[in-house]
Design a protein around this ligand. Structure first.
Ligand SMILES: [Zn+2]
Length: 404
């Protein structure tokens, strides 16, 4: 039999180390005995790797297990301050930035406006300054920052770090990760913003341990993140989850994408406000004005304004049709409804759930958990930071050299 080559042995060691680190992160605090049972590795291998993880401060001791007749054992947990990560979420004309520890606890958070219609280089310069400022505010050692995660709407090639298409910035094939990595001398990971939120729900939220789940975001746009068999599904070129651009009315209103009758053009927040102005122009009675925003409209609906209620109901109905299509395609066991748009409350969400139940394929909604979870700006920035945490704990087979 051939002896394993050194490269193979090193990879095997790195994989075992990664395995233990992931078990401690997701199921800790655990004793060495529990780690041995859960990992299937030998007692000697677990002992050696744990010693190394403690020496390098990735793992700390966290008290002792309760005595149940046997010997009390020292418990091990992930050291949340073994490193820090930075998350940036880019929006139409501003960016939000968060620095977190490895358990997604936010240490600093700030918001910056972005130069309007500027080149990617000019935007990247503002972003870099924002990151440097946020790290300074977090009061942490610069060398403990493990990477930057960037989330933005559009088709993102996360493997290559390229913005394939951004609807807000009108960029095509911009190597944003490279530009930022050069400015900041940090590993930079780029991902569709809804995917960053999905990864973070998987690591730290209700998606933890769930094999098949989906995250729908409602707000300025409509997005979808899908986890299939514990893996974020990216599809070809990263263009998964454009649920906002399925056609519901071929002759419907024009969408930002240039096509007509997309779900987004019928049900996203700007669509509601556009329909409000149409209705007011046509003389529909209401207490609303043409410059009312979504929160004002929500309030009016709660106070009984029929136009506000009708607009939210129509949006919810179309969202439900989109969700039913998603359920028919992916059959998840958990759906997380998120984004700023969920603050519109039951006048929007109840019709959405009604349409979902009416249009999902027979039986596919049975035992499906549906969670409504508001995501504010900070949640999006934290989501982008979670992208880096996910990378740090990825299998060494997939990792870049900068990761532990
Ligand atoms: Zn569209």
């Amino acid at each position: 039999m051939n002896k394993p080559r050194r490269g193979n042995r090193n990879l095997m060691r790195a994989m075992n180390r990664n395995l233990l680190l992931n078990i401690i992160r997701s199921q800790g605090p655990l004793s060495r005995t529990q780690l041995t049972e859960l990992s299937g590795l030998s007692v000697g291998a677990v002992s050696q790797i744990v010693t190394d993880l403690i020496e390098t401060q990735w793992v700390t001791e966290a008290g002792e297990s309760d005595s149940t007749g046997g010997r009390r054992q020292v418990l091990l947990r992930l050291n949340p301050t073994a490193g820090y990560v930075v998350g940036l979420k880019l929006m139409e004309n501003r960016a939000v930035c968060a620095v977190t520890d490895l358990e997604a606890t936010v240490l600093s958070y700030l918001e910056r406006s972005l130069p309007n219609r500027e080149t990617p280089t000019a935007v990247a310069e503002t972003l870099s300054q924002t990151v440097i400022h946020a790290v300074y505010e977090a009061d942490i050692a610069r060398e403990k920052v493990r990477g930057l995660g960037v989330g933005l709407a559009g088709v993102i090639n996360s493997t290559a770090g390229i913005v394939h298409y951004s609807p807000f910035f009108h960029w095509q094939n911009v190597p944003l990760a490279d530009i930022l990595a050069q400015e900041l001398s940090l590993p930079v990971y780029l991902e569709n913003d809804v995917n960053t939120l999905t990864i973070t729900e998987q690591l730290f939220g209700p998606g933890h341990g769930v094999a098949n789940f989906a995250v729908l975001t409602i707000g300025r746009g409509i997005g979808l993140g899908v986890v299939i068999n514990h893996q974020l599904y990216r599809g070809h070129k990263g263009g998964v989850g454009e649920l906002g651009h399925i056609t519901l009315l071929p002759d419907g209103p024009l969408c930002d994408c240039g096509k007509r009758g997309c779900l987004e053009a019928l049900a996203a927040d700007p669509a509601i406000l556009r329909e409000l102005r149409h209705a007011l122009d046509n003389g529909t009675p209401s207490c609303l004005t043409s410059d009312t925003m979504l929160d004002g409209l929500t309030q009016a609906a709660e106070q009984g304004d029929e136009l506000a209620q009708d607009l939210l109901k129509t949006s919810g109905h179309y969202l439900g049709l989109g969700l039913a299509t998603m359920v028919n395609l992916f059959c998840p066991s958990l759906i997380i409804i998120s984004g700023e748009g969920v603050t519109a409350g039951p006048h929007r969400l109840d019709p959405m759930l009604d349409a979902l139940r009416a249009h999902a394929f027979n039986g596919l909604l049975e035992d499906v958990d549906i969670l409504i979870k508001h995501a504010d700006d900070q949640a999006w920035a934290r989501g982008a930071a979670g992208l880096v945490v996910g990378k740090l704990f990825e299998s060494p087979l997939l990792q870049s050299p900068q990761t532990p």
